[in-house]
Structures are given as C-alpha cells and as structure tokens.
Design a protein around this ligand. Sequence first.
Ligand code: ZN
Length: 336
Amino acid sequence: MLKIDVHTHIIPRHMPRWTEKFGYGNFIHLEDSNREGFARMMQGDTFFREIASNCWDEDERMAEYDNSGVSVQVVCTIPVMFSYNAKAKDALELGMFLNDHIADLVSRFPKKYVGLCTVPLQDVDLAIQELERAKAIGHVGVQIGSNINGLNLNEPHLFPFFEACSRLGMAILVHPWDMMGKDQMEKYWLPWLVGMPAEMSRAACSMIFGGVFEKLPNLRVLFSHASGAFLATLGRIEHGFNCRPDLVAVDNNVNPREYTKRFWVDSITHDDRLLKYVLEMQGSNRVCMGSDYPFPLGDLKFGEYMEKMNLTNEELEHLFHGSALSWLDLELIKFK
Ligand SMILES: [Zn+2]
C-alpha cells in the first residue's frame, strides 16, 4: 500500500547567517557540532537545540522511509524558521531561500517528496506574492503557524491570504508554534505538551468562529497533531456555542461540529483510543498519516500502530494515502 507522510520537517544544512545579513534579530542558523552527524541550531548567538543529519540529508531521509515502507514525505520547514516577527522583506527573502530548497528537492525526487512552502504572513500582500511564486516552482501547499505574532487566524487582514490559497488550490497545513503561555511554563517541556494542543484548538476555533471555512468552502486545511485539543474538547466548544451565542456565534452562526468533516487532520495522537475517536469524528477520509519526523515527539514508527487497530482496508487506505491525496489534490498515479 502506498504510504504518504503528510507532516515532516526539513531544513537546508547551509544557510546564510541571516542575523548578520539583516543586521538585527535572532534568526536561526546551523553550526557544526562536536558530534558526528549532528548540527547545532543557533538562534542568533543562543544555542536552540541540536539536530541530527536526517533534518537535512535527503538521501538519509529516503533510506529511513524506505526501511519503514513509507514512500512519500510531505516536507515543510521547521516552524522556528517562519520569521513572522522579522521585517517582512527579510522574512520574504528567508522564505524564498527555504522554498527554493524544497522546490529543488521535489523536482529531483518527485515520487519521494512533496513540498509545502512558507510565506511572510506579517505582510499579506508579500505572502500572496510568495504563495504564487511557490506554486509556480512546484509547491502544492503552504505551512502556516497557529497564530501570527499573537494574532488569530480569523483576523480580517489575513482573509485575502486564505482567499488566495482557495483560488490557487494551495493546501494549508496549520502547525502549532509560538505557544501561548510559554513564558509561564518553561519547565517540564510544557510549551510542547500543553501549549501545542491548545494552539491547535485556538487555530481551529478561530477559523471556524471567524467564518473562514464558511466563506471559503473549497479551502483545503489540515490541522496538524490531530487538531490538538480541538476534537477532544469539541463537546465543550459546541456547548459554549449553544449556551452563549452572544459570545461565540458573533461572526458565524453555524454549529462548530458542522465543520469537522470539512477539514483534514493528521494522525499524530500516540493513542489508538484517541485516534479511533478522531476517525469517528472526521471520517477516515479526512485523517492522514503524519509523523512530525524527524523530531522525537513525533510518531517515528509512521502509524505502525494503526495497522493493529482492526481497521478496514478502506480506512487504512484513507489513512495511509487517500486522505492525503485529497487534501493535496494529487493523483495516486503521480507516485506509481
Ligand atoms: Zn511538526
């Protein structure tokens, strides 16, 4: 069975020193590590984290995927590269560099890699300009953050960007980042364990209540990490919509539950019971196998547990490629 992983990250090993080039900020660059096969990810002068060579080595990645029986990696940048808080023209330059890198990779291995671009959403006109350019060089979608410099995805000034995605047929992957409350919960990795699921619910609720899906029925959005806390707390969200419409239904009076089968989610739950619930809520044709490769908090067995869940063949086909193909608007034959 063809297997597509819809959620993986990649970064070029060699990048300009953006902080020096732009003359401000704390942009990411990679430095050599003492450990063979690793690089030190630096944020300005500050050590951010050490990453392994499968973050950038295209051959090593393909070998690992082949070993796991997965054919296709949908690749996007690491969210720390979004640079939404930089000057827009600099974020554009940085984004173009990353988008060119992924486009080159996809053009050389079209059956192995599918590309999602990044765009400078602090300036919607530039973001649309880069979205159009990225599509022209082979990207089929765009990865965006769960918030843009603290602003939610329902903000009216962002709407033309979503309109452009709909017009151009570009898929959207919403990724948690810049986690709410991170300054108050640095210990225990809480920004990742608590903040990320909350960020995904924030993004989904903002787009639903803001009427983005209502106004753009053809928009193809995937909420990563199985939509985080959104589906798990949908009962509460719906109850809030019903009992306090004066607070919740101010921009869109459609029950949030109506939207569950209109967007896609990835399968990253680490819990077969939660995945069963997600499948029930979404329908298997809206759930895509995703890993968050190559990061340790991801499902680095690429949905192996899903094959032990007594799912039907049709459900497994949806999970492993059918849902991904419909989200990305690609044909199975492209990967044969
Ligand atoms: Zn991720």
